[in-house]
Design a protein around this ligand. Structure first.
Ligand SMILES: [Cu+2]
Length: 158
């Protein structure tokens, strides 16, 4: 029985190694989604961005037709205990590194939606990098509660 367990653990290690930083090329975005938003309201997009190159890079902006403005934000707890959003000039993306955009942390903010974004909808978002060419993504709108969004990061406010 013990031998079998060791075998399974070894197998899991190999799988997780393959799912890590190997196998990719250039810069890739994974697991992207955005939270729903009302027309004229806001939304936020989240994803994992991975840099498979040997050069430091950075996300320097994003654009989308569904919003009047798209900004790079960081949510963090302020001194008064409320969640605050701070606009970022860029998201650093070191060589062979990655950055996770997630609720309560780094995110791409969609400000002034030109259309309602409902769960199940999709829209186009283009990421701009310091060195790498643009990356255009088709982002699905998902229920933030299903995705680990607490609703406490400032985006569910009216
Ligand atoms: Cu924000």
């Amino acid at each position: 029985m013990k031998k079998l367990l060791v075998f399974i653990l070894a197998g899991m290690f190999v799988l997780s190694a393959c799912g890590g930083m190997s196998g990719g090329e250039g810069i890739e975005a994974h697991n992207f989604w955005a939270r729903p938003g009302m027309m004229d309201g806001n939304s936020a997009a989240y994803m994992m961005v991975k840099n498979f190159t040997d050069a430091d890079d950075a996300v320097i902006g994003a654009s989308s037709d569904v919003a009047n403005a798209v900004e790079l934000h960081l949510s963090q707890m302020g001194e008064d205990g409320t969640m605050q959003m701070i606009q970022q000039e860029m998201f650093d993306l070191p060589a062979r590194g990655e950055i996770e955009l997630k609720p309560g942390s780094y995110h791409i903010m969609l400000i002034g939606l030109k259309q309602e974004l409902k769960v199940g909808d999709e829209f186009t978002l283009t990421l701009h990098f310091q060195n790498h060419e643009d990356l255009t993504l088709t982002i699905p709108v998902k229920d933030a509660a299903d995705m680990g969004g607490s609703g406490m990061d400032g985006h569910n406010m009216p």
